[in-house]
Design a protein around this ligand. Sequence first.
Ligand SMILES: Cc1cc2nc3c(=O)[nH]c(=O)nc-3n(C[C@H](O)[C@H](O)[C@H](O)COP(=O)(O)OP(=O)(O)OC[C@H]3O[C@@H](n4cnc5c(N)ncnc54)[C@H](O)[C@@H]3O)c2cc1C
Length: 386
Amino acid sequence: MTPSTDQLPSNSDNVIQAADEFAQRHLVPNAAQWGRGLFDRKALFEPAGDAGLLGLQVPLAWGGMALPFTDTARVLHKLAQIDFSAAMALVNSHNVAAQLAKASPHALAPLYAGNLMRGLTVACTALTEPGAGSDLGQIQTTAIRQGDGWLLNGEKTWVINAAHADAVVVYAQTQTGSGVKGIAAFWVLADSPGFERVAVTTHTALSSMGIGGFRLRNVYCDASHLVYAPGEAFVDIMAAINRARTYVAAMCCGMVFRALHDVRVYGHKRAAFGQPLEQFQGWRWQVAQAATALQAAELMVREACDRIDRGLDVQSAAAQAKLYATSVAQTQLGILLHAMGAEGFLDHYAFLRHLTAAHAASLTDGSTAMLLERVSHDLRFKPDAG
Ligand SMILES: Cc1cc2nc3c(=O)[nH]c(=O)nc-3n(C[C@H](O)[C@H](O)[C@H](O)COP(=O)(O)OP(=O)(O)OC[C@H]3O[C@@H](n4cnc5c(N)ncnc54)[C@H](O)[C@@H]3O)c2cc1C
């Protein structure tokens, strides 16, 4: 039931090294061709499982690594340097393994956590609907009591891994009009009667994210497939979303880190007007600006990671880290691409893929507007607070 831990790295540095090796062996040769429509789920998830990367935050009792969050963010930073989309696909399936271990240790985790960590089973988390994105309280997918179980109806879209997932954690409204309080979470197998995938054709830069949607028509969900009851589901998703905001911020830093590296290497060897590009002050100032912005973003990510590991409130820190890091990636990846000249458009560089990913990152796990609302809320002047 639980995977062998024989081959899993035993400490943080080993995990980071395993992530690096996985990225070099499985992401570097594939990332560009996945964008040409050749995405292969087996080539991503199973080697990631073998490398231990699908058990980062899963408790030891389930064969996971129970890593500090800081190390999880470092792993994702490494993977995103090569392919942000693939890293998002992996972490989303991984999150479901960790969630089942916590929420359903007697029913669902014994059945699925092991294969999720091996990459043999792929899962995803479905909140967004054609009519409701930021406004989660407005979701229209319903879960109605049917005997001991539930009957699910509705449609989800823009879900990472949904194009090929074996199972989905579906968030559905159990009591119309009750907003987020009535939302519960259900484990739905993709081969259930009434489950129908709906293709979402994204830009090729997002291919390895496996974005998709699905319809649920009278999908029966056994009582044991309830992951979180009404009331609990929203509380859990809010805690999970702060971690997600933080690792998305770390991954944006990873993309900029990679671009900066490529630009520095290229600026050293490429000559124009009789000298290397790096000798031109105008050119190297752009690189210095990018490096400074990256350093600030990395520090904000570190602060949010540290707060998570110490069990402190992280809502504002996570929101600010993601706001800043996505903005740095959106801005600096374009500037660094320009600093490469035409060379930056070659397929073996990630500039364009990552520029698209940076814009996608500003929508996942809370759009920029939602994060600004979060930060503004915490900034409200409270006369009695001194
Ligand atoms: C690459 C990618 C992966 C994703 N993966 C998943 C996934 O795995 N599971 C899942 O459930 N969903 C996923 N999503 C969906 C994501 O959560 C939504 O895109 C996000 O919640 C925003 O919803 P929306 O796209 O419908 O935009 P909308 O909510 O329609 O908003 C459109 C624009 O208006 C702004 N806006 C909205 N409300 C306000 C306001 N009150 N004030 C000011 N501006 C506002 C938003 O910031 C945005 O810029 C993914 C999206 C992307 C792009």
